[in-house]
Design a protein around this ligand. Structure first.
Ligand SMILES: [Zn+2]
Length: 420
């Protein structure tokens, strides 16, 4: 069960977006012919024959030639082919009654476009297009899948769909609805100003133009963190924006992570975690900003091993690896967004040291992309001066904020399998 899930699991968001091709090879020619038909909008003006529609029959295989409309009789060839190609009663679902096109559209809750001159039509919902043609025993779904059906026939008031065809259309629309990619939301954002209280973090002491300058990491992180927090609250009033401390206090690492983990999430919601720090080095020339994400090679135990038994113990590392791989993807994208936000704001004064993997704390699950921002080196005299300036901290906060906003937009436009 788990190995199957692993094999099918997308390795990245991009691969999750791709849908597997579903064209049956025997139906490929017909599907192509349908795809070459005029788009739905061309059907709207039914008094005009679209020149492409007139050309279309020559591109169709003989059996697929549609009836030319209610007024014309079916040709012997297409009529014979349609009846021989029609599904047998054994493999056809049956419904209660044959339906006109409008009644079929009503049952499908779909928009109907139909051109009586060409006999082509489309039932359409956001998640699926089902194209049909009079006398043709196939329905083409989204131009890539063909469904064998009893052919719609001309009626006094437009096409009439056999009851079995109506049922098959209903099933096709129902499964498209069920397969519709969920909409993802960043429900909560946790801002974590690093250190605080009894833990000052790193400290830089410098003599600048004869004056003593002391910069302390916990003060920098709180100042930047509060600015990012306030900006996010303004930007996203309907989301949970949290901050792990608002004063000179010392929440433990466990308490900080517990705050993020306490956020209740539905299946398609995520919480993102941004920890803010300042750097230090024995090398006083070291300077620049960087963004860390969790090391993909760092294997954590996300599932409590002591409580698992037997085979469950064996699959635990697999599950952990799967979860890790996917939320690392999101963390890297969040890190890149914040890094480029900082580049825009302070890149001319502080070198961009890039994004890097690090195994710096434990988060709960795949739905928590998490990064750590190193805003600069308190041990570098030039950067210590910058980090003591209110306007510079404001720009750092703007850069982090812009990166988060970009990530939220990216995450919420994402389609495909959920990141867990
Ligand atoms: Zn730190």
């Amino acid at each position: 069960m788990y190995s199957t899930a692993l094999a099918k699991r997308p390795t990245s968001v991009m691969s999750a977006i791709r849908r597997p091709p579903r064209v049956s090879s025997s139906l490929f020619v017909l599907a192509l012919a349908f795809a070459a038909f005029p788009p739905v909008s061309a059907f709207a003006a039914s008094n005009q024959i679209d020149p492409r529609a007139q050309a279309a029959p020559s591109a169709l295989p003989e059996p697929a030639l549609p009836d030319r409309g209610p007024a014309s009789a079916s040709s012997a060839a297409s009529g014979a082919e349609a009846s021989s190609a029609a599904p047998s009663a054994a493999d056809t679902l049956t419904g209660d009654e044959d339906c006109g096109a409008l009644e079929t559209a009503r049952r499908l809750k779909a928009k109907l476009s139909y051109d009586p001159l060409t006999g082509y039509g489309v039932f359409e919902r956001p998640e699926l297009r089902a194209s049909f043609a009079l006398g043709v025993p196939w329905i083409v779904l989204d131009e890539d899948t063909s469904l064998k059906v009893a052919a719609p026939r001309p009626g006094s008031d437009g096409p009439v769909f056999p009851a079995s065809t109506v049922v098959m259309l209903q099933k096709a629309f129902a499964s498209a609805e069920a397969a519709k990619p969920p909409h993802y939301t960043v429900a909560a954002i946790v801002i974590d100003p690093g250190h605080g209280g009894k833990d000052p973090g790193t400290t830089g002491e410098h003599i600048i133009h004869g004056k003593r300058l002391v910069v302390v990491e916990k003060n920098i992180t709180l100042d930047v963190g509060l600015k990012v927090y306030a900006a996010l609250k303004r930007r996203f009033p309907d989301r949970r924006i949290l901050i792990t401390r608002t004063g000179d206090t010392y929440p433990t690492l466990e308490q900080r992570v517990a705050m993020a983990n306490s956020v209740e999430l539905t299946d398609n919601e995520a919480v993102i975690y941004v920890s803010i720090h300042a750097n230090a080095s024995f090398n006083k020339t070291a300077r620049g900003f960087e963004v860390w994400y969790l090391d993909p090679n760092y294997r954590r135990t996300l599932i409590s091993s002591p409580s698992t038994r037997g085979s469950a113990r064996e699959i635990t590392p697999i599950l952990n690896a799967m979860l890790e791989e996917e939320f690392t993807t999101e963390s890297i994208i969040l890190a890149k967004n914040i890094s480029s936000g900082l580049q825009t704001q302070i890149g001319s004064e502080s070198p961009n040291r890039g994004i890097r993997p690090e195994e710096w704390f434990v988060v709960r699950n795949a739905r928590m992309p998490a990064v750590l921002v190193e805003t600069g080196f308190v041990t570098n005299p030039d950067e210590a001066v910058l980090l003591s300036r209110e306007d510079y901290l404001r720009r750092i906060a703007d850069g982090i904020y812009n990166g988060i906003v970009d990530f939220v937009a990216y995450f919420e436009s994402m389609k495909g399998a959920p990141p867990r």
